[in-house]
Design a protein around this ligand. Structure first.
Ligand SMILES: Cc1cc2nc3c(=O)[nH]c(=O)nc-3n(C[C@H](O)[C@H](O)[C@H](O)COP(=O)(O)OP(=O)(O)OC[C@H]3O[C@@H](n4cnc5c(N)ncnc54)[C@H](O)[C@@H]3O)c2cc1C
Length: 382
């Protein structure tokens, strides 16, 4: 069979690896003119590592990753609200644990795993798809087209394929915007513990990567999407916002230069009820983009590939495998999108009563209860 994949991001590449393993011909069409080392860091949670293992590529990815020992949520002055012991998670869920990786390095590893049966094209922006009993045709912005037996749309949150099939499904702005960067340090910063700090001026995350690098993110509330005031923000503005926050937040901002700031509004898509459309399948952010509050967007894209692998092994008919994929993936991704949305609202709360209540509940919740809540995320098999 020949599969066409629209979008060569984390989902598109992982899907290509899986389909190639199954003996299919694959052609990936990526809109970007060239593959650049873009992006900041990513957390690959236990569930994503299990999915990578199911596909047989966990070791290649982990060779570039940093294993975390813990993840804490703290207040602006450093007081701990919640601690997650990642070492314990390793033994509990039978996977190596939570790892962090530079997005560009994950991308490079996945690209390097593509074999002869995969053709990777750049500068090809898919616009529209047609399907009939013989196959699919993907039409590109440049007027050309490509044919295949099946199409997997991995073209991200603004997927034109999803919007063709489900026109009302558009990105929804979460009410906060985010800056990210990766800095190099001299080895004096903690490289095993990630933190997220919730303060009245905003939220700041610190995620250590390999090779004495730290990925940080900062989220601020703003009612309008694509706010020009936020677009103009530079490191100095972030320093002013996070002044007085605990170590190493000001120090990380001191090490950041304006040209290395990445800025995105935080968005998701309201859960949809259909991923499979005969010969077309939606996957990754195109199907279930989530806010990054639970660090699950890329993890779910990787899970998609692991689940599709199992479905294709189980069913001879690809359209039946697509339907089975849809049934397996919709309940889980819907729960994650909705939980992540709520978690983000709590983390970005500004109402003093809500903040006091939230902090009180988090402080008194026993660690075993927090850990139990993670079962649904991590206790997963493919
Ligand atoms: C601030 C932030 C922090 C995040 N942190 C984490 C984290 O810690 N852990 C985690 O698991 N996830 C995280 N995510 C989410 C994660 O980045 C996404 O869920 C993940 O990248 C989805 O992969 P994808 O391949 O489905 O989509 P994308 O990564 O968006 O890739 C889509 C690809 O398709 C291409 N494309 C777009 N349109 C077209 C078209 N018309 N035709 C052809 N190609 C097209 C794009 O150029 C891109 O290469 C974060 C997201 C943000 C915004």
């Amino acid at each position: 069979m020949k599969f066409i994949i629209s979008g060569g991001g984390i989902c598109g590449l992982t899907m290509a690896i899986v389909l190639e393993q199954q003996g299919h011909q694959v052609e990936v069409f990526e809109a970007a003119a060239e593959i650049k080392a873009i992006g900041a860091g990513l957390v690959l949670s236990t569930n994503a590592i299990k999915a990578l293992k199911h596909i047989g590529i966990d070791q290649a990815v982990l060779a570039k990753a940093n294993l975390l020992d813990s993840f804490d949520i703290t207040l602006a002055k450093g007081e701990k609200l919640m601690k997650t012991d990642a070492v314990k998670l390793r033994s509990k869920y039978g996977a190596i644990g939570n790892a962090t990786i530079h997005r560009a390095e994950l991308h490079a590893v996945l690209l390097g795993l593509l074999k002869d049966k995969v053709v990777f094209n750049t500068g090809k922006r898919g616009q529209e798809v047609l399907q009939d009993k013989d196959g699919v045709t993907l039409m590109f912005e440049d007027g050309t087209s490509a044919k295949g037996d099946f199409l997997i749309a991995c073209d991200g949150i603004n997927s034109p394929i999803r919007q063709q099939l489900l026109p009302s499904s558009v990105a929804r702005y979460a009410g906060y915007t985010c800056w990210r960067s990766v800095i190099n340090h001299d080895g004096s910063f903690d490289n095993k513990n990630a933190t997220e700090t919730w303060g009245k001026n905003g939220r700041f995350g610190v995620v250590p990567l390999t090779d004495n690098r730290i990925y940080w993110f900062a989220c601020l509330n703003t009612p309008i999407a694509k706010d020009p005031k936020m677009k103009a923000f530079q490191v100095a503005d972030l320093k002013a916002c996070f002044k007085g926050y605990h170590h190493p937040i000001p120090q990380l901002l001191d090490l950041t230069v304006d040209k290395d700031l990445l800025w995105n509004d935080i968005e998701d898509i309201k859960p949809i009820q259909q991923f499979a459309f005969d010969r077309i399948l939606l996957a990754g952010d195109a199907a279930h983009a989530t806010t990054p509050n639970m660090g699950q967007g890329a993890c779910q894209a990787i899970e998609d590939a692991a689940v599709l692998l199992s479905c294709l092994k189980q069913y001879k008919s690809t359209t039946t495998a697509f339907q089975d994929f849809e049934q397996k993936r919709i309940p889980r991704t819907t729960k994650i999108v909705n939980s992540s949305w709520t978690f983000g609202k709590l983390a970005q709360a500004t109402n003093p009563i809500l903040i006091t209540l939230r902090n009180f509940i988090l402080k008194i919740t026993p660690q075993r209860v927090n850990e139990k809540q993670m079962d649904f995320l991590f206790d997963v098999e493919f």
